[in-house]
Write a protein that binds this ligand. Structure first.
Ligand SMILES: *[C@@H]1O[C@H](CO)[C@@H](O)[C@H](O)[C@H]1NC(C)=O
Length: 319
């Protein structure tokens, strides 16, 4: 028995070395795969790819504005809505002020490669592992939940966020854990099971699925969403699963461990207006939703089939 344990430990070591730290990317955990229905795996992968594409495009467009090579007033505005107060404008979209945003978008883009699942997957801080269930967690005596294999412990509140007890309780869709106690470990991106089920049933998963019609009449779109119980502005409602996924990716260790200081378009706009000096944890460039919305706004502006200009109040108009 002892020697078997040894052999296994030796194997882990070998695998540990085979995955270099230079390797960056994402790994899909088995909980996101069902042998009976490969649709699940495909949808999550499609959503991830779409989020990486959004980050890539936003990064490219930001670079163009920073270098002054291809100025675009709509892109500058999208950046202003999410990151600048009223008295600032295009002349303030410069380095080093926008360095943090640029770096986060660049690093998210660098995570876009899907890596094979290996036993050494925990031991790389530049990797994000995506989970679709919480089955790996066991409850501890003190109420916390522990994922033994990954040496990850989460508080009961995080666990319960995916399983709200009462119908009116706030339902989490996803969370990201960077394992502060283990700086050498991968980031964990948890998709809540109910949300994965919703994605499976949803007609529109990523931006590309949106019918042109849905983007045509913002007022009509907003009315429909309000009827369905949404209380956001139009851009909140077209931010689909890929936007949320991008939000989570900015939380990962490699992308710079962003914060959650404001959610949804209007609160993010208000955060930018506060013009918090420097780039500390309260500033808009360090807020996950601000970055994800900037990505979406830039993508809407560059949407080839039907470019849309995003306005300050979260409405859009056809360009
Ligand atoms: C992006 O990754 C580089 C290492 O490649 C790191 O130095 C930088 O701090 C990261 N950016 C952020 C925002 O964390």
């Amino acid at each position: 028995m002892k020697s078997l344990v040894f052999v296994l430990a030796g194997l882990t070591c070998l695998f540990g070395q085979s995955m270099g730290l230079s390797e960056k990317g994402w790994i899909l955990d088995d909980s996101c795969k069902t042998s009976k229905d490969p649709r699940k795996e495909n949808l999550i992968a499609q959503m991830a790819d779409s989020a990486f594409e959004m980050a890539n495009l936003a990064h490219d467009e930001l670079e163009k504005q920073l270098s002054g090579k291809q100025k675009d007033v709509d892109i500058q505005n999208a950046l202003k809505w999410m990151f600048l107060p009223d008295n600032k404008g295009p002349k303030d979209i410069v380095l080093p002020e926008f360095d943090k945003l640029r770096s986060t978008l660049q690093n998210v883009t660098e995570l876009s490669k899907r890596l094979p699942d290996t036993t050494s997957r925990w031991k790389n801080p530049n990797v994000v592992i995506i989970y679709c269930t919480l089955d790996r967690f066991k409850k501890r005596k003190n109420g916390d939940w522990s994922d033994k294999a990954a040496k990850l412990v989460i508080p009961d509140a995080d666990y319960q966020a995916c399983f709200p007890q009462t119908p009116n309780a706030k339902k989490g869709v996803a969370w990201t854990n960077v394992q502060y106690n283990h700086p050498e470990h991968a980031s964990h991106l948890q998709l809540c099971p109910w949300w994965v089920d919703l994605i499976m049933e949803a007609k529109y998963v990523t931006f590309k699925d949106l019918p042109k019609k849905a983007l045509l009449g913002p007022a009509e779109w907003e009315r429909k969403m309000k009827q369905a119980g949404w209380n956001g502005v139009p851009i909140d409602t077209v931010g689909l699963f890929d936007r949320t996924f991008l939000h989570e990716l900015t939380h990962t260790r490699y992308a710079g461990e962003t914060f959650d200081n404001a959610y949804k378009w209007k609160p993010c706009r208000d955060l930018a207006k506060k013009d918090i000096p420097g780039i500390d944890e309260k500033s808009a460039q360090r807020n996950a939703d601000s970055i994800a919305f900037a990505g979406l706004a830039i993508r809407l502006n560059k949407y080839r089939q039907r470019p849309l200009r995003v306005l300050e109040d979260g409405m859009f108009e056809i360009k």
